[in-house]
Ligand binder design. Structure first.
Ligand SMILES: *[C@@H]1O[C@H](CO)[C@@H](O)[C@H](O)[C@H]1NC(C)=O
Ligand SMILES: *[C@@H]1O[C@H](CO)[C@@H](O)[C@H](O)[C@H]1NC(C)=O
Ligand SMILES: *[C@@H]1O[C@H](CO)[C@@H](O)[C@H](O)[C@H]1NC(C)=O
Ligand SMILES: *[C@@H]1O[C@H](CO)[C@@H](O)[C@H](O)[C@H]1NC(C)=O
Ligand SMILES: *[C@@H]1O[C@H](CO)[C@@H](O)[C@H](O)[C@H]1NC(C)=O
Ligand SMILES: *[C@@H]1O[C@H](CO)[C@@H](O)[C@H](O)[C@H]1NC(C)=O
Ligand SMILES: *[C@@H]1O[C@H](CO)[C@@H](O)[C@H](O)[C@H]1NC(C)=O
Ligand SMILES: *[C@@H]1O[C@H](CO)[C@@H](O)[C@H](O)[C@H]1NC(C)=O
Ligand SMILES: *[C@@H]1O[C@H](CO)[C@@H](O)[C@H](O)[C@H]1NC(C)=O
Ligand SMILES: *[C@@H]1O[C@H](CO)[C@@H](O)[C@H](O)[C@H]1NC(C)=O
Length: 883
């Protein structure tokens, strides 16, 4: 029997813990069925108790849940140790599973010491714990897998590092944190302990660790390449996903975390926000300015400025009075535009209705003495809803119903939730929140009141014109071991906020159902997300809610979208916005995602904002947002930015149904709406490290310029046929090398259509998405090298969760033959008005489309494009042959 030694990290005191031998576990009573394996794991020697107490008796359960998914869980025999509650993370159903023999994954183990491996039937080892003893203690779990050298690993967020993870001396800490400036190498707002391991021709697999405790995941290559989980609690609960392609791994992740929620059509329009609009007049001015600048604004947002002294569910009676807010929203709705505001979880600890309602139902988090736990957020001293309390959803629904009432309140179309890590400005221990709030100036002083806007706002109502002057401790399974050190556990994770409880809720707080904040901290934001989605659904039953949240956990995408938090207006964060977004869309299954376009913190520049307005047009969630005190950065503020925004929104809107169809595919099948290059070219090693380019959908390659005064960019073009969007779709043959693009002016973003695609584009853009839906289509056929292409189009009413009639059309093109077939139930009332076929060798003699009036076609000898003007209704199959 092997005793395995390991190295331990340096304690805060600076003293190195001596190398210590942990005994590991011995497997016994191994029981195997065709689709499962169970065993007892008993401590195999004297306890080492390095960061807590070794648990003596564990169980192993291995389930072949599907051909591509293997579930391995090592838990305490008693099942007392905390596990992520089913109510927050429903487990994937695996009613019967598959026979081990039919699985793409092979589980193998050694009995003593117990180690396990997961391999492919070919023998390729994907996960192997044999290098190091398993440690399972009351407050520390460690599991290490060895990996091949120089692995291509992705995921393990939320982070702002490069998409392909550093694999040498690298620590990823997971612990929700109000991470202003989203610094690299630190724990950020959300927690998604899932990675993808891409091995090129040997395939791709995924490993999802279902654990919400604070943890450090260490990836290092000094004693051989390994990845090691160091977690403060929970159990070892793993889902291994076989792929074998990257897209399939993403789809298999969606089978575990849930398929992402479908979003309403309008949510893909352009959004504008900032922190620091002084009053409702300034909000109206911005709406007006977008309109006069000719930049389509779909949705106007307001940050916490609208609140009365920063209290949630209130309006500043002088700057954002209810009557004027209702007029503003009415104006927006009359123009087919939308309005969204921010809500924080923290409720001001003062007598007002939102506090009193919550206090009387007693749903706020409690301190150990049973009183409300008080921290400090924007309004000063605040309390925090306990999302585990059974009355909290009702409380939240009521606040939403009243405050956001379409009849009497602020009729928002969507919701933005922030500070839900939960963030608390007060340092631990927050013993005198009132004094802290006072000393730090919370709530901040609002701007002076004024009677109206500075300029006339044609079209707005007259009063928008410038003035003519308790606590029950449940005892049940999986709720946590007693007797733990919940504030300062023996093992210290690398939390950039300092100790676990610093700047958040105290980790010894006990939720209504007995769970402790120590175990559930990482769930707070995602629970607020679900409760807020439910509250929106309660207001408008049957409509797809848009909720954009800061903090997330595994599975958040089934409920909400995410913006990547408080970034900075600089070029490095512009660039890193791509991998940050790809993590969420392509791995974590939170496909509605985007950065604060033009940058939140600091002053942006005309050129950065112009470039970001264009890059942001290829985020699924597209919003410009700025921080209080910075130079204004609405898209119309500078000439270059204005033109860049017009150009990029024009492209985005023409391609909006292509986006909507791709998003729907992710909602239905988990296939990512955004793709890193290696998802499309998994056998091309040169793509594995690229994260400054990506595919919007699976066919539009986006390659932004990356620096302030640059009008050139070196991009990678795989060995494939592309068409240059900005050069009349001229064919470009990629050959698997870097290409230097020059003369990319400040209002252009390089875009290439991948050969083999058929894109359903609207024939022209529009000012709002409602208007856009009345435009006909231009089918762009971009053949691959072998002359074939395909694509699809999904249409529905754009809003309802349950659709009664939808249209789904498949388009194919091969050997000059085009055909479309599908189901045409949704009455779109528009037609395909144009078909553009690229790369046609010679002019067709004549084109006949049975059943469709053909006005004319042209052939452009230079670009080799055939342009067919026609009217094909979206009600029936059609086809034609290019002779
Ligand atoms: C628990 O593990 C110890 C060894 O550490 C073993 O002696 C004991 O029998 C186990 N108990 C059970 C209930 O399996
Ligand atoms: C497990 O349960 C047994 C019997 O109830 C108890 O004696 C033992 O202390 C428990 N072990 C742990 C680690 O909680
Ligand atoms: C499982 O592990 C044992 C012991 O290490 C080894 O002999 C056997 O070949 C392995 N089986 C497979 C299928 O990898
Ligand atoms: C990686 O290994 C080196 C050498 O053992 C060690 O100094 C370093 O702390 C390790 N890094 C991590 C993240 O564990
Ligand atoms: C490992 O990373 C840590 C933290 O980033 C750094 O302080 C240390 O010097 C690095 N060690 C090695 C061996 O690179
Ligand atoms: C798609 O989105 C809808 C609406 O959010 C949701 O109800 C559904 O579960 C999602 N996934 C599938 C496979 O329908
Ligand atoms: C909150 O409710 C408790 C009773 O549950 C009451 O004692 C307390 O005064 C209330 N707090 C405030 C500030 O109203
Ligand atoms: C724990 O779960 C077991 C098996 O599901 C059940 O028999 C037992 O009653 C549960 N214990 C508690 C305290 O809920
Ligand atoms: C809490 O954070 C503040 C601000 O970063 C820091 O000064 C303080 O040392 C931290 N306290 C603890 C207990 O980590
Ligand atoms: C940003 O610009 C504003 C003026 O618009 C100025 O007051 C502020 O100091 C600038 N901030 C920085 C960080 O340069």
């Amino acid at each position: 029997m092997l005793l395995i030694t390991a190295l331990f990290c340096v304690l805060g005191s600076g003293l190195a813990v001596a190398q210590k031998t942990c005994p590991g576990y011995r497997a016994s009573n191994v029981q195997q069925t065709s689709n499962s394996l169970t065993a007892n794991l008993n401590l195999a020697g004297p306890a080492c108790n390095i960061y807590g107490t070794d648990l003596r008796n564990l169980t192993l359960t291995v389930e072949y849940q599907s051909a591509s998914r293997l579930h391995v869980i090592i838990q305490d025999l008693n099942q007392t140790v905390y596990q992520v509650p089913e109510s927050v993370f429903p487990r994937p159903s695996a009613t019967e599973g598959v026979a081990a023999a039919d699985s793409q994954l092979v589980f193998n183990y050694t009995e003593n010491p117990f180690t396990f491996s997961v391999s492919r039937p070919s023998g390729e080892v994907l996960f192997n714990t044999s290098g190091s003893a398993l440690v399972f203690e009351s407050q520390y779990l460690r599991l290490r897998t060895s990996l091949p050298s120089h692995p291509n690993l992705y995921g393990l967020g939320e982070h702002s590092d490069h998409f392909r993870l550093n694999t040498s001396n690298y620590t990823r800490t997971l612990w929700s944190r109000d991470a202003y400036g989203i610094p690299q190498g630190t724990n950020l707002y959300g927690n998604h302990p899932v990675y993808i391991d891409h091995r090129g021709a040997k395939g791709t697999h995924g490993v999802l660790f279902l654990n919400s405790n604070g943890m450090d995941i260490k990836i290092n290559d000094t004693a051989g390449q390994y990845l090691e989980y160091n977690t403060l609690g929970g159990v070892l609960d793993f889902y291994f996903l076989a792929g074998p392609s990257p897209v399939e791994v993403s789809q298999q992740i969606s089978e575990v975390v849930g398929k992402p929620a479908m979003m309403a059509y309008w949510t893909f329009g352009y959004h504008n926000c900032r922190y620091g609009y002084r009053d409702v007049y300034e909000v109206a001015e911005v709406v007006h300015n977008y309109s006069t600048a000719g930049i389509p604004l779909e949705t106007m947002w307001t940050d916490i400025d609208y609140m009365d002294a920063r209290k949630v569910f209130t309006l500043d009676p002088q700057r954002f009075p209810l009557a004027k807010m209702r007029e503003l929203v009415a104006y927006l709705h009359a123009h087919q535009q939308h309005y969204i505001v921010m809500v924080d979880p923290a409720v001001a600890a003062q007598s007002y209705s939102a506090f009193n309602n919550g206090n009387s139902t007693d749903i706020f988090m409690k301190s150990t003495d049973g009183s409300n736990f008080v921290g400090v957020v924007w309004p000063g001293p605040t309390v925090f809803p306990d999302w585990f309390h059974p009355e909290t959803q009702g409380y939240w629904n009521d606040e939403f119903e009243n405050f956001f009432s379409p009849e009497t309140g602020v009729d928002i179309s969507g919701l933005w939730i922030d500070m839900n890590e939960a963030a608390n400005f007060c340092n631990y221990p927050c013993s005198d929140p009132a004094a802290f709030a006072k000393a730090q100036g919370f709530p901040p002083k609002p701007p002076p009141v004024r009677d109206g806007p500075a300029v006339a706002l044609p079209g707005f109502p007259a009063d928008f014109q410038p003035p003519t002057k308790r606590q029950t401790m449940a005892t049940s399974n999986k709720t946590g071991l007693p007797g733990r050190k919940l504030i300062n556990p023996p093992y210290t994770i690398r939390n950039a906020a300092g100790s676990l409880s610093n700047k958040t809720l105290d980790t010894n707080l006990v939720h209504y159902n007995g769970l402790v904040e120590y175990d559930t901290h990482n769930l707070y934001g995602t629970m607020m997300s679900s409760a807020s989605r439910n509250a929106l659904l309660n207001r408008r039953p049957g409509e797809r809610p848009l909720v954009i949240t800061r903090s997330t956990f595994l599975g958040a995408g089934a409920h909400v979208g995410h913006w990547t938090g408080d970034n900075h207006a600089d070029w490095s964060q512009y660039e890193i916005s791509i991998p940050d977004m790809l993590n969420f869309a392509s791995i974590f299954q939170v496909p509605m995602v985007g950065s604060d376009v033009c940058g939140f913190g600091g002053n942006t520049t005309e050129r950065l904002c112009a470039r970001w307005m264009m890059l942001g047009a290829f985020q699924t969630f597209y919003r410009n947002h700025n921080e209080l005190g910075n130079r204004p950065q609405e898209a119309y503020r500078w000439p270059l930015t204005t033109q860049a925004a017009r150009n990029a929104i024009d492209i985005r809107y023409r391609a909006l149904d292509y986006l909507y169809t791709a998003f729907y595919a992710q909602n239905q099948t988990g296939k990512p709406v955004l793709n890193p290059l290696f998802y499309i070219y998994p056998r091309d090693p040169k793509t594995f490290g690229i994260d400054a380019q990506f595919f919007f959908g699976d066919s539009l390659l986006v390659s932004p310029v990356l620096a302030e005064n640059k009008t050139s960019v070196r991009i990678y073009l795989p060995n494939d046929t592309f068409y240059d969007w900005n050069a009349g779709f001229a064919p470009v043959q990629g050959n698997g090398s870097m290409v230097n693009l020059t003369n990319v002016n400040f209002t252009t973003i390089p875009l290439h259509v991948r050969g083999g695609a058929i894109l359903p584009l609207r024939i022209e853009s529009a000012n709002t998405t409602a208007k856009l839906r009345t435009k006909g289509f231009n089918l762009l056929i971009a053949p691959s090298r072998d002359g074939s292409a395909n694509g699809s189009l999904y249409l529905d009413d754009g809003l309802s969760i349950e659709q009664t009639s939808t249209t789904f059309i498949n388009f194919t093109y091969a050997g000059g033959h085009f055909s479309m077939s599908g189901d045409y139930s949704y009455p779109a009332n528009v037609s395909i008005e144009r078909i553009t076929v690229l790369n046609v060798a010679s002019a067709p003699q004549g084109i006949v489309i049975p059943g469709a009036p053909m006005s004319n076609f042209t052939y452009n000898r230079a670009s080799k494009a055939v342009i067919i003007n026609t009217t094909i209704p979206l009600t029936q199959d059609a086809s034609f042959q290019l002779p």
